[in-house]
Design a protein around this ligand. Structure first.
Ligand SMILES: Cc1ncc(C[n+]2csc(CCOP(=O)(O)OP(=O)(O)O)c2C)c(N)n1
Ligand SMILES: [Mg+2]
Length: 363
């Protein structure tokens, strides 16, 4: 069995290119040749997404959002995998993939709508090849496999990236998705962010073996990557997606990372996990190591870092302003798009509700 203390597990069994101190290594199977401009662009992505996420947490604390699921600590896993996608690829997120949404060009403000309770989604998946957030644990992996089987039948030059959490690997839907993906050799990559926790359930309660080894039983490769290393996540996901596009079938990627914040703003992690664990993971911060690498390589000066920070603060202000300006939906809109055709029951409910609203009218 794995170590019983999350965060202290040996980390030598995963693909890592960028060490926590910013030292760049190599891996024979995952070469990555990034220009300084590409590296500083990844840094900017990481910082802006963290700042956006921080603003969303603050908005929830001030009562402007009903709930928020923070991606703090998981930025490298999300930016690395998200930047591996081509425009034609399709991504299926959970509810925490704000960094992937960023890579797909979804306006961050649109991520807030559902959490503010003013819409049921916020963007058109077809505009960004980024599906709506899915809160039902694991079901998006089935949607992803179905989509991938369509891609396969269209003989399109594309692959699917389906996200899931460590807890989701215990879900029936996910195992069924793995069976179908394997049996049909579907062009899908499962990207599991093992953030060590499923709300208060630790990783040890999900599996006796490392999650990436689950793939063996379904007949496709599984690989573990340092989920706090944006370079490694990019290189490993790029290769898996390229294999899928080339007819090589599915891959399960386990991005070994950590949920630095609460499960959601409704959760209090101090009730079930130790402060020391958080400290261990702080030393593996996904942003600090990229900054150290940029600085050591002389790729940018202080002014660059100041500009990125200023841009991040501007993004925070912008998101806050636009969130507060979001119009409340028309209450009657809930009766629209329920059925394609006329439905007697829905019409009756619509009439009753309109009368109820009118009863407040002129009083
Ligand atoms: C089918 C289903 N069962 C239970 C829940 C309640 N639930 C919400 S999040 C969660 C834990 C998910 O953990 P994990 O897959 O590790 O993802 P993480 O939140 O850590 O990103 C659970 C059980 C749900 N949303 N859907
Ligand atoms: Mg988890």
């Amino acid at each position: 069995m794995e170590s019983t203390t999350p965060g202290t597990q040996a980390t030598s069994d995963y693909v890592q290119l960028l060490a926590p101190d910013g030292t760049l290594g190599e891996h024979p199977d995952y070469p990555l040749d990034l220009t300084p401009a590409e590296i500083t662009a990844l840094y900017r992505d990481l910082v802006l997404v963290r700042r956006f996420d921080q603003e969303a947490v603050a908005l929830q604390r001030q009562g402007e959002l009903g709930l928020w699921a923070s991606c703090l600590g998981q930025e490298a896993a999300q930016i690395g995998s998200g930047r591996a996608l081509t425009d034609a690829d399709m991504a299926f997120p959970t509810y925490r993939e704000h960094g992937v949404a960023w890579c797909r060009g979804v306006d961050p403000v649109d991520l807030l709508g559902m959490f503010r309770g003013v819409n049921h989604g916020g963007w058109d998946p077809a505009d960004h090849n980024f599906h709506l957030y899915t809160i039902v644990i694991g079901s998006q992996t089935l949607h992803g496999v179905g989509y991938a089987m369509g891609v396969q039948r269209d003989e399109a030059e594309a692959a699917v990236l389906a996200y899931l959490g460590d807890g989701a690997t215990s879900q029936g839907d996910v195992n069924e998705a793995f069976v179908w993906a394997g049996a049909f050799n579907a062009p899908v990559v499962f990207f599991c962010q093992n953030n060590q926790w499923a709300i208060s359930a630790p990783m040890e309660r999900q599996s006796r073996i490392p999650l990436h080894r689950r793939a063996d039983g379904f007949g496709f490769p599984g690989i573990r990557v340092d989920g706090n290393d944006v370079f490694a996540c990019l290189a490993v996901t790029r290769k898996a997606l390229a294999d899928a596009r080339a007819g090589g079938g599915p891959t399960l990627i386990e991005a070994y990372t950590y949920r630095m914040g609460a499960h959601t703003t409704s959760d209090d992690p101090t009730r079930y996990r130790l402060r020391e664990e958080l400290e261990i993971w702080k030393s593996r911060d996904p942003i600090a190591r990229v900054r150290a690498h940029i600085t050591a390589g002389g790729m940018a000066d202080d002014q660059f870092f100041r500009e990125v920070d200023a841009e991040a603060d501007e993004l925070g202000r912008h998101v806050r302003k636009r969130c507060l300006e979001m119009p409340d939906p028309d209450p009657m809109a809930m009766f629209e798009h329920v059925y394609v055709d006329h439905n007697r029951l829905v019409e009756e409910e619509r009439r009753q509700y309109a009368a109820y609203l009118e009863s407040f009218g002129e009083a």
